[in-house]
Design a protein around this ligand. Structure first.
Ligand code: RP5
Length: 177
């Protein structure tokens, strides 16, 4: 029997990216989607990057790649595989992550990378799930269930706000902290 693929690869340029990137892993965990998470640095381990990206299609279906600063990791991976690559710009101390965002979002025509907002690894996890949902109905169901829960939470908050007025609502919120 053919072994099932691990569906997503979550890679990042440094272990310092992990506090951000773990949010993609949390989404995939919640949806029961298998993933492999590791560090691959485009500039510190270029040969590992090449080997990873070249072999990625044999093991995975979507790649999420987080990087900060001159964030070439997602673009380089995208150049070496035909799998969809979702880039997560990591917030930086120098330019607040705008450097990472521009590096990832400004891919020249020909090699696309799907970029999420600075630090928004959660959306990267959700987008990966939506891509996989095109092929796996059970994943699409999990995405729908997530959205339904999210909608219900917002409606609940709106009802509470309308009921108690903004001042009391804010008071309740700050006492919850
Ligand atoms: C990038 O350089 C990494 O993605 C990280 O965001 C940034 C800084 O790396 P460290 O110096 O924290 O290892 O390659």
């Amino acid at each position: 029997m053919a072994q099932e693929k691990t569906r997503v690869a979550i890679v990042m340029g440094s272990d310092s990216d992990l506090p951000t990137m773990k949010e993609a892993a949390e989404v995939l965990d919640a949806m029961g989607i298998s993933y492999f998470l590791t560090v691959v640095s485009a500039h510190r381990t270029p040969e590992r990057l090449y080997a990873f990206a070249r072999g990625a299609h044999e093991q995975f279906e979507v790649v999420i790649a987080g990087a900060g600063g001159a964030a070439h990791l997602p673009g380089m991976i995208a150049a070496l595989t035909e799998l969809p690559v979702i880039g997560v710009p990591i917030r930086t101390s120098t330019l607040n992550g705008v450097d990472s965002l521009h590096s990832i979002v400004q891919m020249p025509p020909g090699i696309p990378v799907a970029a999420v907002a600075i630090g928004n690894a959660k959306n990267a996890g959700l987008l990966a799930a939506q891509i996989l949902g095109l092929k796996y109905p059970e994943v699409a169901q999990k995405v729908n269930a997530f959205r339904a829960r999210q909608t219900a939470e917002v409606l609940e908050k709106a009802k509470k706000l309308e009921g108690m007025g903004w001042a009391k609502y804010l008071e309740t919120k700050s006492s919850e902290k």
